[in-house]
Design a protein around this ligand. Sequence first.
Ligand code: PLP
Length: 462
Amino acid sequence: MAMQTGLNELSKRDELLRRAAEIARKYALGIGERRVAPAQKDLDRLREFHEPFPNRPSDPMQLLQRLDEIGSPATVATTGGRYFGFVIGGTAPASLAATWLAGAWDQNAALRVMSPVAAELEEVVLRWVCEAFGLPANCEGGLVTCATTANFTALVAARHALLARAGWSVVDDGMFGAPPIDVVVGDEVHASILKALSLAGFGKKRLTRVAVDGQGRMRADKLPRLSDRTILCIQAGNVNSGAFDPAVEICARAYEQGAWVHVDGAFGLWANVSPKYRHLTEGFEQADSWATDAHKWPNVNYDSGIVLVKDGEALRSAMTMAAAYLEGGGRREPMYQTPESSRRARGVELWAALKSMGSDGLCSLIERTCAFAQRFAEGFRNAGFEVLNDVVINQVLVSFGSAAVTQKVIRAVQEDGTCWCGGTVWQGKPAMRVSVSSWATTEADVELSLETILRIARESNA
Ligand SMILES: Cc1ncc(COP(=O)(O)O)c(C=O)c1O
């Protein structure tokens, strides 16, 4: 009898997992047929999720069905080929497949003893990413949720190192009464750096902002005097224009004056794998710490942020925690390099994506998406609209006339559902942003999206 119950239970689980895989497979393969942004009627159905916390259990098969019926239509088709919002990569096929297996493994990647495979794969991918970016092989790092957390982690390591130089232990004595540290950022600093700095105890008003040029690049000739108590944040890939700060000149100055240079390279650093775009990343390898995302250009599924630090000791000293029950072996322990302790095994899908593409595949993904960005820019210009940035990588900023018309076009494009682009304000001028970041985008996707955007823009200008 007990044996019978066990078999029934197993076959129910089997059926549930098969059904889940079937639903997910259908969603993944049918993504190109969906509207990119959900329709209003699909958003309205989300109300059906709101119910009091149920007393009684629900059948997992039925709730899965409900998730698909109400949830799937209310997703945004960011994994399809016509999503150009923010900087959002799709999901590389190997990455999605690996994450299904990793979900079944459900490993806690905090410590090697909890998951030897997670710890090992992290070491491998961190080395590969250092190679891809041309960074020193002895950098240390960790896998975090996103570039914001990667920026935060690196800045906390910088804070630790600079205060230690001044004879102050931030771990023991905290930040109140600590020797002052100067923080220098460009005027086009990404908001995530400001958030990370404030989490690390550096208020916005205490920062020195350096003027930028018309593309948003920090002007090296406007740098203030730096010192060995300065953290200087530079950027590889502006979220709007895609521009890169002049790292060769800036890093040379910072090195002479003893400052710590941190690079926010959320997506731009990946350009280093392409011989065609590598000149843009020149000099960034001279920095002290780097933050990036694998969920952007490399198309690893969420969430996949990466932090790398040249002074591994500073990172570990800032991130280590000790307790009698926590083992520390002789080898790298994932949780001693990141703010998080327990977390999922992000290295699995990162390994799968990078292994499936290799640097050649990653290079063609980068070059293809940059070429599509050029095609968008050419299409906009030919139709008489103003492209506001030099399209150096995968980012395009376009104005359709007055602020009101540009905003009207953005809204109408989003409602149309063929593709999705967001808005921004670039150096005082409202613009639509096109970020081509997905492996799934084809030439046909670009042409269809361009045709749709131009039709809407002409109608809005009529
Ligand atoms: C330059 C830059 N830094 C940081 C971020 C923040 O990334 P995340 O949302 O992964 O924290 C972005 C996002 O687009 C970015 O472009």
